[in-house]
Design a protein around this ligand. Structure first.
Ligand code: BDR
Ligand code: CA
Length: 308
């Protein structure tokens, strides 16, 4: 079978870096593009970090620059307290020598899907601003995309930025509602499952040995992220939020899904909450996962030494 073509829409971010490097390391995935979005860090830095990651991995993956602010609401602020000032913990990668794709992210997404109708999976692991803009500008993308997988939401569990909201949805709830309402096949991979999938420093150590460049980077960048998780969640290691979404795109059989329409709370204390709704377009919501299977998939690709 030919590898699954995916585009990752990302706000890199430590777990974004894990997801991107995982996608590059997994032979059954063909990472055909990255689109950047504000979120964990500001918009311009997100674009630079996406370029830095493909350069680090020596990959020929185009990066298109996306949104720097939410669709409707005022920005709620970044998450450098989680991911570090530059997005990669305390690690600074060199300024990238390559340039971004000339097309803005929404146009890039639409063109890439139109060029390969029914083949491309979009994996969104940041605020959904670019995907919502692509739907506005090129509604046909809902028909040309193969499927959309979103890391976001806390449907049946507590949020991680407020008691109700998960960070990606909270950063741009109006975009999330637009994306959940669209006529495309969508799977939500939320905190319901991602907070149960973890890795720690010992898990990453073999990657640092076999892929010295990318592995050492990830091990160093993750240290700050591990500290955050130790302080706030009392765990040894971190949640694998964004890698879980890429793995769900690649092997949905590792996840248990239930189908329901999704609604996003757009004001009040619960703004950014992602709820199952009575009416609306049904989406697939991951409610459980083969936790060990997902972890094993992530680690085996990174341990294989396919990255520099
Ligand atoms: C999500 O928010 C960001 O901090 C992470 O990169 C992930 O996409 C988890 O809530
Ligand atoms: Ca992210």
């Amino acid at each position: 079978m030919s590898p699954l073509p995916i585009i990752i829409d990302t706000d890199p971010g430590v777990d974004d870096a894990m997801a991107i490097l995982y996608a590059l390391a997994e032979p059954e995935i063909d990472l055909i593009g990255l689109t950047s979005v504000f979120g964990n860090i500001n918009g311009p830095l997100a674009a630079l970090n996406a370029l830095r990651l493909v350069e680090l991995a020596g990959a020929e993956v185009p990066v298109a620059v996306g949104a720097s602010r939410p669709r409707v609401q005022d920005p709620v602020g970044d998450a450098t307290y989680v991911h570090g000032e530059g997005g990669f913990g305390t690690v600074s990668l060199p300024h990238p020598s390559r340039l971004p794709d000339p097309r803005p992210a929404p146009q890039f997404l639409a063109k890439m899907c139109a060029a390969r109708p029914g083949e491309v999976t979009l994996v969104a692991v940041g605020p959904l601003t670019n995907l919502a803009a692509a739907l506005d500008e090129t509604p046909e993308i809902a028909r040309t995309v193969r499927s959309v997988v979103v890391m976001g939401g806390a449907v049946r569990c507590r949020g991680n930025v407020t008691p109700y909201a998960e960070a990606n949805i909270w950063q741009d709830p109006h975009a999330a509602q637009r994306v959940f309402d669209a006529e495309w096949p969508l799977t939500l991979v939320g905190l319901d499952v991602t907070e149960r999938i973890t890795c720690n420093a010992a898990d990453l150590a073999p990657m640092a040995e076999r892929s010295p460049r990318c592995g050492a980077f990830l091990a160093d960048a993750a240290a700050f992220y591990f500290d955050f998780h130790k302080r706030t969640a009392g765990i040894d290691g971190c949640h694998l939020h964004d890698p879980a979404a890429v793995i769900a795109a690649h092997d949905p059989s590792l996840f248990t899904q239930q189908t329901a329409p999704l609604a996003v709370t757009l004001d009040g204390d619960a703004i950014g909450q992602t709820r199952e709704a009575e009416t609306g377009r049904p989406n697939d919501i991951c409610v459980d996962a083969d936790i060990e299977g997902v972890r094993a998939r992530f680690l085996s690709a990174l341990h294989a030494g396919r990255l520099p």
